[in-house]
Design a binder for this molecule. Sequence first.
Ligand SMILES: [Zn+2]
Ligand SMILES: [Zn+2]
Length: 264
Amino acid sequence: MPATLVISGPLLSVLAFAWAGHLFRYFVMAGTTDLVFYRLLPEWIQKGRRIGSRRASWADFKREALYSIQTTAIFAVIAVFVVWGSRQGFMKLYTDFDSRGAGYFWASLAGIFVFHDFFFYWIHRLMHVPGVYERVHLVHHKSVSPTPWTSFSFHPLESLLESLPVVVYLAVVPMHAKALLLFQFLSMAANIYAHFGQEWTPPWLERVFPFRYVLRSIDHHYHHDRFTGNYGFYFRIWDRIWGTYVQPEKAGLNAKARVSSSSF
Ligand SMILES: [Zn+2]
Ligand SMILES: [Zn+2]
């Protein structure tokens, strides 16, 4: 059923559609990445790309999947709030494509990535303040060797905080429902890449603009490995501006480490 039809329907259908969509993007996208890059690829290719020497366990997977299911339910409730708010007029999700055109569609999509990343950077730094960290962010940091399954492994409060940048953006900037849907899937792809556990970008890409400013898997992996630095989500811009970027390779974290223990 087209998304635009769903969002004009009963709120219960919106809830069901949104929850199914979030579950799909978690299980299908993370599952496909896991299947292709961890199960189907030969060990020798993986070993050349896998970051660090620690490996996630089956217990990690179970914890991450359970927290992630909880996160998808919270995100679905947030989706209902956004749709309901748009009907009330204080949120700005729209469905009439011609009212703003294609240029606006793509500009609003690009805008949400920059806004989300900036907002997320500061929320993330706030979540590392002692006291907040133990109560909220520790759940995500239990994954010291992240895999695609880590992507939605959040404490419920963190799930709400993670939703906040998108809700604030939609309260200010009109966005077409399909642009929002596209954002959700592209954002999930970036999330899975951040928690990939493997690094496929060649070193020479670091010297090519704009990749120097795009977050790599190894950058976020470093954050999970050392619990500090590299707070961005899509880009390294804010980390570079506020001096929190750490080059993982210079700090001893590499993508060619040998597997040292039994792996998930
Ligand atoms: Zn963190
Ligand atoms: Zn993470």
